[in-house]
Design a protein around this ligand. Structure first.
Ligand code: 4AD
Ligand code: MG
Length: 451
């Protein structure tokens, strides 16, 4: 059975009920089959009929133009090519040629058969509104644009895992059902949990990474997280994926170094492997190349507020950035920027305070350029047990839910730090998308629980 060398298992007989003799290949491998006769199977993206018939075929691995001429194909195949509809599935056999101008492979079809028909595919080449596309998300996934985005997302996920695995981090999966909150209680999804009362969908795996620090030294988790965000913005999902590293004997500066190394590792991988997809998205890669080349910028929260005022924001010291503030700030930047040392007042209970100014938290956010804003949030964790007890009370949390978390401070306490990067925010920036809803196969937002 052929499986490597660009061929896929199975014969046309057992997969499609039709018989084609040539070896079956995936579109992504066509370049290494120039001059050969091959079989392909897939879906019709577009079919144009004149004397010669042109079929744009996609098979999930790529796209190829197939030319069906009256003198090259048999009569039945030529007839059929004139009747193909959008998204019907077909199998064909033909010769792989290099396009005279572009050099890209195309197929000179000899034989073509229908597998499954498709009548009135709802998403036509004309423009559709976003509501309609979201309702038809399962079909929308077949579009070239969604293909490109989801494949870039896949590469980013793989790069993240490779980065941490290669850097000596141990994967420590965090639970999704949790008894306590990590990022405040205002946006928790709550569900009944037998006689124990309520469980909450995890907002972050961080509190479960910290106990991993004395166990493994460097750990990370990467999974879905949930926030009942009641606002509709282009940056917020109610279910999103987050990667969260945590490391021993580390502080705020180490977080910024690690985050920059990880982001550059991702950019390098995407630029190396996903040029076709970036081209489909018409993504100008120059800003990504610059981010990869240059050191990330750094600014304290206090400096950022001053800068925002000069850029026209009405923010006051002590207030959190709004989405607009991040956009204004990052429209003015050509590379990612760390903003560090925020006022403690609007940050989570677990943050270490700044010894030089106890009103500040030792946290940092990485804001992406081109107006994107926060993609990473993290920092140094409070080490003092007394301080944490005070913070738990101050934030209205119940100490008994956090005893296991406090044990990290009771037994072999060390300075430690980490961060969380929202996968969809990173995908949105790298693909330069106007909204996070296209960065995840099945987005969840307020008002969107279908399909
Ligand atoms: O800044 P956040 O809330 O930080 C934490 O959850 C920390 N416990 C992480 C840690 O230190 N281990 O969230 C981290 C990141 C944000 O920077 C953003 O990229 C993403 O998660 N994020 C969201 N992405 C999409 N939709 C939302 N509603 C998001 N909320 C946060
Ligand atoms: Mg944050």
């Amino acid at each position: 059975m052929y499986w490597s060398q660009g061929q896929v298992p199975g014969t046309m007989e057992d997969s499609a009920g039709v018989s084609v003799g040539a070896p079956l290949v995936e579109i992504r491998h066509l370049k290494s089959h120039l001059g050969e006769t091959v079989a392909l199977r897939g879906w019709v993206r577009n079919a144009r009929t004149s004397k010669t018939r042109f079929v744009e075929l996609r098979d999930g691995s790529g796209f190829v133009q197939c030319v069906v001429g009256a003198n090259d194909a048999d009569e039945a195949s030529y007839e059929l090519a004139g009747k193909l509809t959008q998204e019907c599935s077909i199998t064909l056999e033909g010769e792989v040629k290099a396009h005279p101008k572009t050099g890209e492979p195309e197929i000179l079809v000899k034989k073509l058969e229908l597998i499954g028909g498709s009548v009135d595919f709802p998403i036509t080449p004309k423009d559709h509104g976003i509501e309609f596309l979201m309702e038809n998300r399962t079909l929308w996934l077949r579009s070239k644009r969604q293909w490109a985005i989801i494949r870039i997302r896949h590469t980013i996920v793989k790069a993240i895992r490779d980065f941490f695995d290669g850097d000596g981090f141990t994967l420590l999966d965090a639970p999704i059902l949790t008894p306590s909150s990590c990022e405040g209680t205002s946006n928790l999804f709550e569900t009944d949990y037998f006689h124990e009362g309520s469980a909450f969908l995890s907002q972050s795996g961080q509190l479960y990474q910290e106990p991993g620090v004395p166990a493994f030294g460097k750990v990370y988790c990467f999974g879905p997280t949930f926030r009942a965000e009641k606002s509709k913005t282009r940056r917020h999902l109610t279910e999103f994926w987050m990667v969260e590293p945590e490391m021993a004997f580390a502080g705020l500066d180490d977080v910024m170094v690690l985050g920059e190394r990880m982001v550059k590792f991702i950019l390098e991988r995407v630029l190396a492997e996903k040029q076709e997809e970036l081209k489909i998205l018409e993504r100008d890669t120059a800003p990504l190349e610059l981010a990869l080349r240059e050191g990330f910028a750094k600014m304290s929260y206090t400096e950022a507020v001053e800068k925002l005022k000069t850029l026209g924001s009405d923010i006051n010291w002590g207030e959190d950035f709004g989405n607009d503030d991040e956009t204004i700030l990052m429209n003015a930047m050509d590379r990612p920027m760390w903003v560090h040392r925020f006022p403690k007042s609007f940050k989570a209970f677990y943050m270490e305070y700044d010894r030089e100014n106890p009103d500040l938290a030792m946290g940092a956010d990485l804001l992406a350029p081109e107006g994107y804003g926060e993609v990473i949030g993290g920092g140094e964790r409070a080490t003092s047990l007394d301080y944490l007890l005070e913070q738990i009370q101050h934030h209205g949390l119940d100490q008994k839910d956090y005893e296991w978390y406090l044990d990290v401070r009771r037994y072999g306490n060390v300075r430690h730090a980490g961060f969380g990067m929202g996968l969809e925010r990173a995908v949105a920036w790298i693909c330069k998308l106007p909204h996070v809803r296209e960065t995840i196969p099945y987005p969840r937002m307020m008002g969107t629980l279908r399909p």
